[in-house]
Design a protein around this ligand. Structure first.
Ligand code: K1U
Ligand code: ZN
Length: 174
């Protein structure tokens, strides 16, 4: 397994729509394992393929609170097949936009259809933090970031700060 580099916003790779996985192969399973390791190393609760420069519709998550009882989730081609009318507002973060947060309102409960690592179709009901996280991750697969839900003013402030951070990181690495 490997810890991969996380793509930081703004970056065109975070704005593309990902392609569905056609066949669940060993390469897809290895990618999911690497994504989970990357997510845990970054102390995240989710990660989507574009965040490691991937182009396929795969996400990983673990919203368990207990470090000793990990509950990793690997979802291939996830889609929301039902969403509640009730909404929930959560102050979201993003591993591609470190140290910035913003309130996002989303459906409180969702039903997700996806393929598991055997290529079998599964359905999952999600509420609370899992519902917030899975919608955030599926957004990533469609090139949508949590800052896209904020006002243009807030979004631009955050993305300008991120641009500055990336320039500084590039200078530090040179
Ligand atoms: O996709 C990502 O960038 C991962 C992101 C997922 C996420 C967090 C909060 C709301 C929605 C989606 C993160 O894991 S950022 C890390 C973080 O903010 C967090 C970590 C532990 C618990 C709660 C939030
Ligand atoms: Zn994110």
């Amino acid at each position: 397994m490997a810890v991969l580099d996380i793509v930081l916003a703004p970056d065109p790779r975070l704005k593309h729509k990902c392609a569905p996985v056609g066949e669940v192969t060993d390469a897809v399973r290895t990618l999911l394992d690497d994504m989970l390791e990357t997510m845990y190393a970054a102390n995240g609760i989710g990660l989507a393929a574009p965040q490691i420069a991937g182009t396929q519709r795969v996400i990983v998550m673990d919203v368990s609170k207990n470090e000793d009882e990990k509950k990793p989730l690997k979802l291939i081609n996830p889609e929301v097949i039902w969403a509640s009318d009730d909404t929930n507002t959560y102050e979201e973060g993003c591993l591609s936009i470190p140290d910035h947060y913003g309130d996002v309102t989303r459906p409180e409960r969702v039903k997700i259809r996806y393929l598991d690592t055997h290529g079998d179709t599964q359905e999952m009901d999600a509420d609370g933090l899992l519902a917030t996280c899975v919608q955030h991750e599926i957004d990533h697969l469609d090139g949508v970031l949590f800052v896209d839900y904020l006002s243009p003013l807030k979004r631009n402030i955050i993305l300008k700060k991120m641009q500055k951070l990336k320039k500084q990181k590039a200078r530090d690495a040179a």
